[in-house]
Ligand binder design. Structure first.
Ligand code: PMP
Length: 355
């Protein structure tokens, strides 16, 4: 700690991301990345941009990319905001829509970056416990004082909340912003984007890190009413004149054009998810109903921490949270079929040794 630090710096309790071991041979099922590479067209577009234009500043607004995203969702360009990963878009949203004298609400258990931002920006918050089955209790989000934020599907629980409930939450918060963090939506049934025309207080945030296999490129975006988007732009323009770097813009634009490639890849992940869940069930695991590229699971006898430690020793990384109520759960990212088979090979050893 330093005597030079501001109060904001002192208030921070930084988010600690999942372990990033880069040893060869490690099977990384701990940070919900996509196991497949991005479309070759994305790589080509990035290479071309690097060769031709890296000496030039990028478009300050990334307007062409916004237009492409808008077209995909039947929205106007002015209804799209882009940023360096959805984490940055989330941070800007906290600044743009939440106040220091009004309490916001988010679920407990949820994405652990929300309390980090709330502390950093000095926004009071209350957490709403999930129900016994880990679903979101919609009524508890009605009439919030300062706004609402939650992921859909929720993380790390993987459970999806129906759009009808989101509509009710939005209707019951007419003067507050309701942020739906859709990081995993492409693995789920239905996006709340189609609600943004009818509900001026719904802001939907999505990312290219998961279903587009571009976690390394850092591109996220928000979709909503023009008013909300211009609030976000006002904040961003007070930080950085440029929206994204050239490589990110080129790669993201190419990814949004490679629709068939990504549709196939998402199907593949979902198919692997389904057989993985059955295989987990056969081995004494309970798996929460997943609409994401990960599963949240607990074993009937083997403690979660032991599973995490034992798998790590054998070169497989999964996520263990050690938090009240979920201390006996682990989160496992859906990898390739081969990676999941290796996971089961190790799990079988662990189970045999435990019995
Ligand atoms: N929201 C949720 C719920 C997440 O799990 C993640 C990934 N850790 C993010 C947002 C951030 O994703 P990114 O910054 O890579 O877009």
């Amino acid at each position: 700690m330093s005597r030079f630090w501001s109060k904001a710096t002192l208030r921070c309790e930084p988010y600690v991301p999942g372990e990033q071991l880069n040893q060869p041979g490690i099977i990384k099922l701990n940070t919900n990345e996509n196991p497949y590479p991005p479309s070759p067209a994305v790589v080509r577009a990035i290479e071309q941009e690097a060769t031709n234009s890296l000496n030039l500043y990028p478009s300050p607004t990334a307007g062409q990319l916004k237009k492409r995203i808008a077209d995909l969702h039947g929205l106007k360009k002015e209804q799209v905001f882009v940023g360096n990963g959805s984490d940055e878009v989330l941070a800007f949203s906290f600044m743009a829509f939440f106040d220091q004298d009004k309490t916001i609400r988010f679920p407990d258990i949820s994405y652990s970056f929300y309390p980090v931002y709330a502390r950093l920006f000095n926004i009071p918050f209350e957490t709403v416990p999930l129900q016994a089955d880990f679903t979101i209790p919609k009524e508890a989000f009605f009439q919030s004082q300062g706004g609402v934020i939650f992921p859909n599907p929720n993380a790390p629980t993987s459970i999806y909340l129906e759009l009808g409930s989101i509509e009710e939450i939005a209707a019951q918060n007419p003067n507050q912003v309701v942020i739906i963090d859709e990081a995993y939506i492409d693995f789920a049934s239905d996006s709340a984007v189609r609600l943004v025309q009818d509900y001026e207080n719904i802001l939907v945030i999505q990312t290219m890190s998961k279903s587009k296999s571009l976690a390394g490129l850092r591109v996220g975006y928000a979709l909503g009413n023009e008013d909300l988007i211009s609030g976000l732009t006002r904040i961003k323009d007070s930080f950085n004149s440029y929206t994204l770097d050239r490589l990110a813009i080129a790669g993201a634009e190419a990814a949004f054009q490679a629709t068939d490639y990504y549709a196939d890849m998402t199907e593949k992940v979902k198919t692997t998810r389904e057989w993985t869940i059955s295989a987990m069930n056969q081995r004494g695991f309970t798996v929460l109903p997943s609409q994401t590229n990960f599963i949240f699971t607990t074993h009937e006898t083997i403690p979660a921490e032991e599973l995490y430690e034992r798998l790590k020793v054998s070169g497989i990384l999964i996520r263990y949270f050690n938090k009240p109520r979920i201390e006996n759960y682990v989160r496992i990212t859906i990898g390739t079929d081969e990676e999941m088979q290796q996971l089961f090979h190790q799990l079988d050893q662990i189970i045999i040794e435990a019995t």
